[in-house]
Design a protein around this ligand. Structure first.
Ligand code: ADP
Length: 169
């Protein structure tokens, strides 16, 4: 499995799957979630609505898959990161689960490449260095015969520098 790091906007990626840092109501929002819905169009929200009706949304740490609408990626995987509450509310396990469950969903849908944003490091306030370690460890621990490429997409300079450092170690 090849690991790649890029700085930029995840909505532009042509990977088989891109991952959204969603909220548990799958209601859209700010940050990367807002950017994905804006760029991908209303079909995405329509499928989120169906999932909400069927399953009540998506619990923290879990993942669901929808159309990518008009995005270049084939599919969109929504996962819900933990809100940072100081580190004693199982945040690390939940963030780890986000990456693993998104990878499992990509695998079961035969998606060979997947791009992740820096889940929970925006509005949800997870410390960036800690979140990057969790993300990289989760991805490295995941052994797959299907997924050949994982891209970490950093939007802000701070995350990009952290990932550059950690991935070169
Ligand atoms: P969360 O609620 O999980 O913290 P946010 O969307 O607020 O989600 O932030 C998660 C990360 O997504 C942040 O590091 C932010 O810089 C990044 N981000 C925001 N817009 C984009 C985008 N268009 N592409 C990739 N990453 C983005």
């Amino acid at each position: 499995m090849e690991l790649q790091l890029i700085k930029g906007d995840i909505t532009q990626l042509h990977t088989d799957a891109i991952v959204n840092a969603a909220n548990s109501g799958l209601m859209g929002g700010g940050g990367v979630d807002g950017a994905i819905h804006r760029a991908g169009g209303p079909e995405i929200m329509d499928e989120c609505q169906l999932i909400r009706e069927r399953e009540g949304g998506c619990p923290t740490g879990e993942a669901v898959i929808t159309t990518s609408g008009s995005l270049p990626a084939k599919k969109l995987i929504h996962t819900v990161g933990p809100v940072w509450k100081g580190g004693h509310s199982d945040e690390e396990a939940k963030l780890h689960a986000c990456y693993i469950n998104a990878l499992k969903l990509a695998e079961s849908n035969d998606l060979q490449s997947i791009a992740f944003p820096n889940i929970s490091t925006g509005v949800y306030g997870y410390p960036k260095s800690d979140a990057a370690r969790v993300a990289i460890n989760a991805v490295k621990s995941f052994k797959s015969n299907v997924i050949t490429k994982v891209v970490f997409v950093c939007f802000d300079d701070a995350n990009h520098q952290i990932y550059q450092q950690l991935l070169s170690e």
